[in-house]
Design a protein around this ligand. Structure first.
Ligand code: NAI
Length: 673
């Protein structure tokens, strides 16, 4: 690729319309760097990723905005980790992928390792549906990403999605405004704004908003729009007539909602799909243009007063890909970074990318990371992952509560509450003995539990040390009552000896208490003066459907890593053997666990799993319930594109559980002159 760098750059510009300056200086060098970086990981794989193996065949579907760079982001980590790939470029821009195929032949890559299949969405759909494909990696629109999530549901295919964005570009009143203006140029007028992480929403602090707009209006007049092969041109054409029409429609909608339009009165050629750099001011956060991805050179501007208000407006979107923060106050910048719901935060910079730093989003911007050590797990699986859980032996009958209610209630917000519907389920022990009843939770109970978990947000902000103290305390209190727990497990499951299960539960609590202050992030080494902090952040609110067997340890194995890393959970215990979970209420109550961090809703596992999967305030779902429910939860997760994890019945390695519990946020901190 290095030998043919100029050919790649020219072909990319001719095919996509991006300026030759960008394809030559950004797309092609970054693509090359991606292969070098991952070549190194191929060398280190055996030593650095023991217990992992490649997934197999990766189906990769990429968009037209960075045809070669997206190919590199997909192909390099996949083949470095020993997978083979079938890559489908976008129908608008297949040429550099075909040139890349030639290079694969020239260098003697074994036949079949990299396969390029051109075509449109129907070709992509055929790849998604192919039974011999083990993984789908997709970059493109959120609508197609959701469709792919639905089609892969229940197939066992691994999936990563890198989708749209509406990323905020936040300028505080102490920022260096001239630098911020250049940052905006790189953010929204780079690649004609056809960038998933484009800083497309400008949030300007009130005191400097007018002067920033004036500087921007002046700057956009100097941008040259024209032939992308001309080295002096700043912006080329939009990729296609459809995209141009979409931009026009959205800008017209913005104007009719009251936005003020500023466009460069520069010579925009009329013989092509050109669109001028555009600024829309007087935009409200709820306006269509502030919510919809325009995917063109259109910046929408809003104002804010305080940092808190900036966070609120910034996070007021279904997306969560990137954010850019401009201030000379490092204290403010580092306070903002964790509060912004985004996978990447650039401080006093924008649209910086490197192979060593992971890239990817949260919320409806998708899941998975590309780049960095964190990105390699998208192409690996733990070896000898336990087999899929078996279906619970029997369905339990619901019985209306009669007589004196001795039923353990649900555990929501630190309180024991009656199930909304007033129904309970009999728990049958060995020999058909009725051991008691548990509440039959329903949709409303799940809603209440999710609200309680949302209110417990402080848990995510507290220190790992503080969380470890609580986990140790839970372990101590459980150990003090181990005989009672053992007796309960034996009565429910018919095991002769439940001491090993209680030991396993205790071991899990101690293990994740230990990890709570050790699941460190990293400082990535990127070619820049500065640092990239890769921070492991809690995912948020996780729904956990526990395995049918091992009623105590199965629950603790999943709940402990989730809460150790700062998540709040709604756990659905084993449907057949729920009493170990309800016995835990008192353990939690005496262990300083804040209200709402762990909520327990007993009832029918599959039904409750679906309710959790459909809930838009649940950020992730871990499902270890009956096999039959897997497809349902994956399909039901598409509303807010929550991450779904299907752990085996015996839990997972510490590393896998911790990775599932967290997501990496990469914070770019350039410094110096
Ligand atoms: P798209 O999501 O339809 O296309 C991306 C890729 O997916 C292409 O290779 C396409 O052939 C393929 N594809 C389309 N339908 C498919 C299906 N049913 N199954 C499998 N693969 C399928 O995006 P499009 O239509 O080109 O652009 C529409 C909007 O999507 C843009 O205006 C922009 O808002 C957003 N977009 C976001 C991108 C990003 O990087 N996040 C990239 C491209 C578009």
């Amino acid at each position: 690729m290095q030998k043919h760098a100029r050919l790649f750059a020219v072909l990319e510009s001719m095919d996509n319309g991006k300026t030759i300056r960008e394809s030559r200086d950004i797309d092609v060098p970054l693509a090359i760097r991606h292969f070098y970086y991952h070549a190194g990981w191929a060398t280190l794989q055996a030593k650095e990723f023991p217990g992992h193996e490649p997934l197999g065949v990766a189906g990769q579907i990429i968009p037209w905005n960075f045809p070669l760079l997206m190919l590199a982001w997909k192909v390099a980590p996949a083949i470095a980790m020993g997978n083979t790939v079938v890559l489908k470029p976008a129908e608008q821009t297949p040429l550099t992928a075909l040139l890349f195929a030639r290079i694969c032949q020239d260098v003697g890559l074994p036949k079949g390792v990299v396969n390029i299949v051109t075509g449109d969405g129907s070709t992509g759909a055929a790849l998604v549906d192919h039974p011999d494909v083990n993984k789908i990696a997709f970059t493109g629109s959120t609508a197609v990403g959701k469709m792919i999530r639905e089609r892969t549901a229940g197939t066992g295919k691994s999936l990563t999605l890198e989708l749209g964005g509406k990323s905020p570009f936040i300028v505080f009143d102490d920022a260096d405004l001239d630098s911020a203006v250049e940052g905006i140029v790189d953010s929204i007028w780079f690649n004609q704004g056809q960038v998933c992480c484009a800083g497309s929403r400008l949030l300007a602090q009130e005191g400097i908003a007018e002067s920033l707009y004036a500087k921007l209006a002046a700057r956009l007049r100097t941008l040259r729009v024209g032939d992308p092969l001309d080295k002096n041109v700043d912006m080329g054409p939009i990729v296609s007539a459809e995209q141009l029409a979409r931009i026009r429609t959205l800008v017209a909608a913005g104007c009719s909602e009251g936005a003020t339009l500023t466009q460069a009165p520069c010579d925009v050629p009329s013989n092509g799909h050109f669109y001028p750099p555009t600024l829309l001011t007087n935009v409200e956060p709820a306006h269509l243009v502030a919510q919809e991805e325009i995917f063109g050179p259109v910046l929408v501007a809003m104002t804010f007063r305080t940092p808190g208000e900036a966070v609120e407006i910034a996070n007021h979107t279904r997306y969560g890909l990137a954010a850019s923060v401009w201030t000379e106050n490092v204290n403010l910048a580092l306070d903002m970074a964790p509060k912004l719901r985004a996978g990447v935060v650039w401080v006093n910079s924008a649209n910086l990318f490197d192979a060593a730093a992971g890239f990817g989003g949260v919320k409806e911007s998708g899941y998975g990371r590309e780049g960095g050590r964190e990105g390699l797990y998208a192409y690996l699986k733990p070896v000898g992952r336990p087999a899929a859980p078996k279906k619970a032996g029997r369905k339990l009958k619901a019985a209306a509560v009669t007589g004196i209610d001795r039923t353990p209630k649900l555990y929501i917000g630190g309180k024991q509450v009656r199930p909304d519907a007033g129904y309970s389920i009999g728990v049958i022990g060995t020999g058909g003995v009725l051991l008691g009843h548990v509440g039959q939770g329903n949709r409303k109970d799940v809603r209440n539990a999710v609200e309680a978990a949302r209110r417990a947000a402080a848990w995510s902000g507290t220190t790992g040390y503080a969380r470890s103290q609580v986990l140790y305390f839970i372990a101590e209190n459980l150990a003090a009552r181990r005989q009672e727990f053992e007796a309960r497990i034996m009565a429910m499951t018919g095991q002769d000896d439940a001491s090993s299960e209680v030991d396993e539960a205790l071991d899990s609590l101690f293990t994740y208490a230990a990890w709570a202050d050790k699941h460190d992030g990293a400082v990535h080494s990127v070619p820049m003066q500065g640092a990239v902090l890769a921070m492991n952040e809690a995912t948020g609110v996780i729904g956990i459907v526990c395995p049918a067997d091992r009623p105590l340890a199965g629950l603790i194995d999943l709940v402990a890593p989730a809460i150790a890393t700062g998540n709040r959970v709604i756990a659905v215990p084993s449907e057949a053997h729920p009493l170990s979970a309800t016995d835990l209420y008192q353990v939690f109550d005496t262990s300083d666990l804040p209200d709402g961090v762990v909520n327990i809703v007993t009832g029918e596992a599959e039904a409750l799993a679906e309710v959790l999967a459909l809930h838009n305030d649940v950020d992730a779902l871990w499902y270890a319930g009956p096999d039959e429910g897997r497809a349902t939860v994956e399909r039901a997760s598409i509303g807010n594109l929550k991450r779904v994890w299907l752990p085996g019945p015996d839990g997972a390695t510490d590393g896998e559980a911790l990775r599932q519990a967290t997501q990496v946020k990469n914070v770019w901190l350039p410094y110096g002159e």
